[in-house]
Structures are given as C-alpha cells and as structure tokens.
Design a protein around this ligand. Structure first.
Ligand SMILES: *Cc1c(COP(=O)(O)O)cnc(C)c1O
Length: 353
C-alpha cells in the first residue's frame, strides 16, 4: 500500500531519559488513515504530530466505538531498533475490530504501516537502561451523525511516546486490591477486546483502590465474583505449591501477549503451567496455608510486575515476604533480555525495524 510521508519542518528536541515517565511526551509524527464503506481504507499518511479535528456527532464521542493496541520498540546495544511480536498486536487489533464492528486492516498492510511509521520515528527510541518507545495504534468510529448502527467511517491512527524505565528504582513489588463490587467484564461482552470502554468502566474501582494505597485492582469474574480474572492492565499469574496457574481465557479476560510469552517460556523450560479457573477461595486457602509462593502481573508496560501484597475484603495478605520470587525474576530477565536484545531470541519473537 502507498503511505505518503510529510516530515515536520520543526523537529522537537529529544527529551532527557530521566524525565520520560509514561505517555507524556510524543514524537514528531503520527500515522493517520481513513476508512469509509465506499472506499475501504484510504489516504494512509505519516504527518507531523498534531491535534485532530472531529465532528461533534462523531460516533466515538457518543457510543464509544474505540479500540487500541500497545507495543514497544526497544533499542539494542548495537543501536538497532526492534519490536516484540508485533504480528500478535495486529491480530489482536483485528479481533477487537471484529467485536466492535470496526473495519479490520489486512495483516500485511498493518505490518507495513508499523514498519514504516516506526522507521520514521526510530531516532526517538531512547537507549538508557529500561527505556523504550511506546507505540499506541488506535481506531475509532467516525460517522458524523447520531444514529446507532455499525460503523461506516473510521479512523486509524498511530502515535508514539518515548517512555522511561518502569523500574527506575529497582523492581518494587506492587500492592493490589481484590475488587468485590464493580466488575470489569462479562462473557459475551468486550472483556477480551482492547477497547477504551473497558477502561472507562474500571476507573471507579481503580480510584477506590488508589485511595487505600493500592496501585491496581484484581478483578473477579462478572457473574459469580468468584474466579480470578486479571489486574487493571495486566494479566496475572500465581505459583501455588509448585504449579504455575493463570486464569484461562474465558472471553472476559484480555489475551495478553506478555501472558502468552510467559506461558510459552515456562512450558518450554519444563515448568508445570496450567490455564484454568482459579477461585478466590482456592487462592485464600493457598495464602493461609503458605502454599502461595509467588504472584505477578504481566503486560507490555511493566513486562513483569511482582505482587507483594493482596487485599481482599479489607484483610491484607503478604506474598513471599513482599519480595520478588524466583520464577518472577526469571521471567523478567528472560523477556526483557529478548526484548532489548541481550538474550538470544530462540523463539523468533523479535522484529527488526
Ligand atoms: C493490554 C492489556 C493487558 C496486557 O496485554 P499485553 O499484550 O501483554 O500488553 C492485560 N489486560 C488488559 C486489560 C489490557 O488492556
């Protein structure tokens, strides 16, 4: 496909690595492409980063037709820039589009777009330890009328943001609150889809947890509020009496690429890994009788995030003395090693830009 490139005439200065944070600074350009039922995807272009203009009746503003992805470009020691399993993000985005009646993008076109855009912006990939270039593709319905129907017009945009090390002060285990009131998703809904609406529905519980000193919420299933699902923007895994357990993908859990990678690495190395239902009662038992050995979250932002404390119905439980466990540390080293090109990528997961 043809991608028109218009370079900025006013490139910004690259920020100092120590000031990056997450998603606050944006690169010089963005990718934009429009869709209409008549023309299909058209006008693919890379343009200077700027505000976008929307009709006040634009579908996304009223009915929430929006999906997104998140992946990172990593600067290797030899200066080259690489992506981690980008085809998985493309496939997941198309699954999300299917659920929300947004148009899909053929895989080869999406890969070409990603390669071209990251190619143009690759100088923005920072090189300090633990830093990366976060890439945020997103798509939304953009019909200019208030009728409720499948989307006839859409926009696909990619922006990018150099982000700091998640663990600038070393890997600190997080404290997580188990939410027993609000639910994030139900089967048949959009839980398995990366869409803005899921986040909008999560904010209230997140705020409540934050006020009590917890960084994120662990969600239970929406029907019985009994089975563990996932954490805010991460999937979750436990080591219980030697077995590695992660909630199985029942339709209300986001199929994380980091989750998938953890499972593949652990199975490859001979660990017992089970994707199954895990009830809050089973977890509680394991906590009480000391069989819960490790707990961690996994997602692109932090990669692996050890969980040091869980709170359920105002009772606090410390895990592994609040320290990072052996398997958690091993997964962190393996995945970040492959991502930054420090460890041999025997799985063929990296994609050079
Ligand atoms: C993005 C996301 C994850 C993690 O997925 P990765 O592909 O590993 O980054 C987990 N849960 C939710 C709700 C998410 O949006």
């Amino acid at each position: 496909m043809k991608i028109e490139i218009t370079k900025t005439t006013a490139p910004k200065a690259k920020p100092d690595s120590s000031t990056l944070g997450f998603g606050k600074i944006f690169t010089d350009h963005m990718f934009v492409m429009d869709y209409s039922v008549d023309k299909g995807w058209h006008d693919a272009k890379i343009v200077p980063f700027d505000n976008i203009s929307l009709h006040p009746a634009s579908t996304v503003l009223h009915y929430g037709s929006e999906i997104f992805e998140g992946l990172k470009a990593y600067r290797r020691k030899d200066g080259k820039v690489q992506l981690f399993r980008p085809i998985e993000n493309i496939r997941r985005m198309n699954n999300s589009a299917e659920r929300l009646c947004l148009p899909q993008i053929p895989e080869e076109d999406a890969m070409q777009i990603l390669d071209t855009f990251v190619g143009v912006e690759q100088d923005w990939t920072p090189s300090a330890e633990g830093t990366s270039l976060y890439i945020r593709p997103f798509m939304f319905g953009n019909d200019e009328n208030l009728g409720v129907h499948a989307v006839h017009n859409a926009k696909f945009i990619i922006i990018a943001s150099p982000v700091g090390s998640y663990y600038a002060e070393g890997i600190n285990p997080v404290k997580i609150m188990i939410e027993d009131e609000d639910v994030r998703a139900v089967r048949g809904g959009t839980g398995y889809v990366k869409c803005g609406g899921n986040y909008a529905a999560s904010n209230r519980a997140g705020e409540r947890a934050s006020k009590k000193g917890y960084s994120q919420v662990l969600w239970l299933d929406g029907v019985e509020r009994k089975y563990i699902e996932e954490v805010g923007a991460m999937n979750v895994m436990f080591k219980i009496d030697g077995e590695i357990v992660t909630p199985k993908l029942t339709g209300s859990i986001l199929p994380g690429i980091t989750r998938k990678s953890c499972i593949e690495v652990l199975k490859d190395e001979g660990y017992t890994v089970n994707e199954r239902l895990l009830s809050i009662d089973e977890l509680g038992e394991a906590l009480k009788n000391g069989k819960l050995q490790e707990a961690w979250g996994c997602g692109t932002a932090a990669v692996i995030s050890p969980i040091g404390e869980l709170c359920y119905k105002d009772v606090k439980y410390t895990i592994n003395n609040g320290e990072i466990g052996e398997v958690t540390q091993h997964l962190y080293n393996t995945l970040t090693g492959i991502q930054w090109g420090k460890v041999e990528d025997k799985y063929g997961w990296t994609h050079l830009v």
